[in-house]
Design a protein around this ligand. Structure first.
Ligand code: ACM
Length: 467
């Protein structure tokens, strides 16, 4: 039997002693205390041959202690250890795209289990995109009646400039009711995990425009929910009525999701339609803007005031830094580590999500032998080598890097098994970066991972096998 202690993410400090505590029910028999003089985020575990004590600075830290302790329990008993641990980053997140392919509620709950296992604390749900709208909105029922469904989906890989497509002939869709989402939020909260909803705007809105053509720039030419991947030119118009529409949607979203952060996207919004639209040009002139692209900042400011009125904080993709976004917006740096640097220097709090390291829709091995993926190459070791804080920041700027997040975009992941395959074990390596585990040689991490992978299987989650 292996004697290896395989805790993932590894604790900051672990000192091993001689022997084991053997108990028929170690989880039940361990002593637990929340201790006022420990910092809020810190916990300690002390195991002797006579028993175990978990002490923590808060209920949340005690949850972390429970996860670590459960991973200490092995076939020989519980090894004698002293552990002192606390996370490096406040935001330890994962984003799941449930728009490109709808994922059942039960699977989202299993993902929350996996986040808990990895002592992560944020689930970002990408709820809307060109290819599907996944959240019930009472004021606008067609968002889900129409926007949650596409008659068919392109087959294979989208290439740049492609105009001819083959389709699968299969209707795809689904959405979460408000009750579903409240259940997800409550389940996450019990496990110390905050759910961050994303309503991606003003681009990536084709499904909403399909449901309500008056939101688009060419309402006389109605469009359907998008059936191909890539970036759509169909973006929201900038009329006052559309601002009102979005504000109503957001008020309902705030009512479902009580957490402090609300994500309003902001990525990949082409301004071509605004350049061609008389109404958008008139709005641009009225606002004294010199370029149509600046309408994005104006639009986001109009709709995000709903968040501020309710004491919530705006989160956006790094394109938002280039628009005139509120200074207290949290920026997710996805186009590269340098984007995180720019955002931190501009005074924003930043979550590092650079695609080259933490986009888990990229290949993990030779594309010849892997299921179809979007491209690029991010094998497990590259994730394990990820440095969260970009070089080139002063200490004060580096303190604005509040955390990191891995992304699962699901264009090429049609079901839960495929998501599990792409997500794990890369998320296990990522969790060590988010937590700030001491870096060990990669083969040592792999040895721990061998013991860790069955924990994912026990949760009902698929993973890619180790090579
Ligand atoms: C993104 O990948 N468009 C955020």
């Amino acid at each position: 039997m292996s004697d290896l202690i395989a805790i993932i993410p590894a604790p900051r400090e672990l000192v091993r002693g001689e022997g084991y505590w053997t108990s028929a029910d170690p989880i039940g028999d361990a002593l637990r205390t929340v201790v006022e003089n420990l910092p809020d985020d810190e916990y300690r575990i002390d195991v002797t041959t006579d028993g175990a004590r978990l002490s923590a600075g808060s209920d949340q830290a005690l949850r972390h202690a429970e996860q670590t302790f459960a991973q200490l329990v092995g076939p020989n008993g519980v090894p004698v250890v002293s552990i002192a641990d606390a996370p490096r980053f406040a935001w330890r997140g994962m984003m799941l795209d449930v728009a490109r392919h709808f994922m059942p509620k039960e699977f989202v709950l299993r993902i929350i289990d996996a986040l808990e296992l990895h002592r992560m604390n944020s689930l970002h749900l990408h709820l809307t995109d060109d290819q599907g709208w996944r959240v019930q909105i009472d004021a606008y029922p067609k968002l889900t009646e129409v926007g949650a469904w596409r008659p068919e989906t392109m087959i294979g890989k989208m290439s740049h400039g492609q105009t001819e497509f083959e389709y699968d002939g299969t209707r795809h869709g689904g959405f979460y009711t408000k009750d579903d989402l409240r259940e997800i939020v409550a389940y996450a909260e019990e496990r110390g995990i905050n759910v961050v909803p994303e309503i991606d705007l003003p681009g990536h809105m084709q499904a909403a425009i399909a449901a309500y053509p008056e939101l688009g720039n060419n309402p006389d030419n109605p469009i359907g929910v998008r059936q191909v991947w890539g970036i759509s030119d169909d973006v929201l118009n900038v009329n006052d009525a559309t601002v009102d529409f979005v504000r109503t949607v957001l008020r309902e979203v705030l009512d479902i999701f009580p957490g402090p952060y609300i994500h309003l996207g902001g990525d990949e919004c082409p301004a071509d339609q605004w350049r061609e639209s008389e109404a958008a040009q008139a709005k641009q002139a009225e606002l004294g803007l010199t370029d149509a692209a600046q309408l994005q900042g104006w639009f986001t400011a109009q709709v995000s005031s709903v968040l501020a009125e309710d004491g919530r904080r705006l989160v956006g993709w790094d394109e938002m830094v280039e628009t005139d976004c509120p200074k207290d917006a949290v920026i997710m740096a996805w186009r590269g580590a340098d984007r995180g640097e720019i955002a931190a220097k501009a005074g924003h709090d930043v979550v590092m999500a650079p695609h080259e390291s933490v986009y888990f829709d990229y290949y993990q091995a030779d594309p010849e032998t892997e299921p179809l993926a979007i491209g690029h190459f991010t094998p497990l070791e590259k994730v394990y080598d990820f440095e969260v804080v970009p070089a080139g920041l002063t200490a004060e700027e580096a303190a604005r890097i509040i955390g990191t997040q891995c992304q699962v975009w699901t264009e090429y992941m049609e079901d839960e098994d495929r998501v599990g395959y792409m997500l794990f074990p890369r998320m296990s390596a990522f969790a060590e970066k988010a937590w700030g585990s001491p870096k060990t040689p990669f083969p040592d991490f792999l040895a721990r991972l061998q013991i860790h992978l069955p924990r994912l299987t026990a949760l009902g989650l698929n993973h890619r096998p180790l090579d």
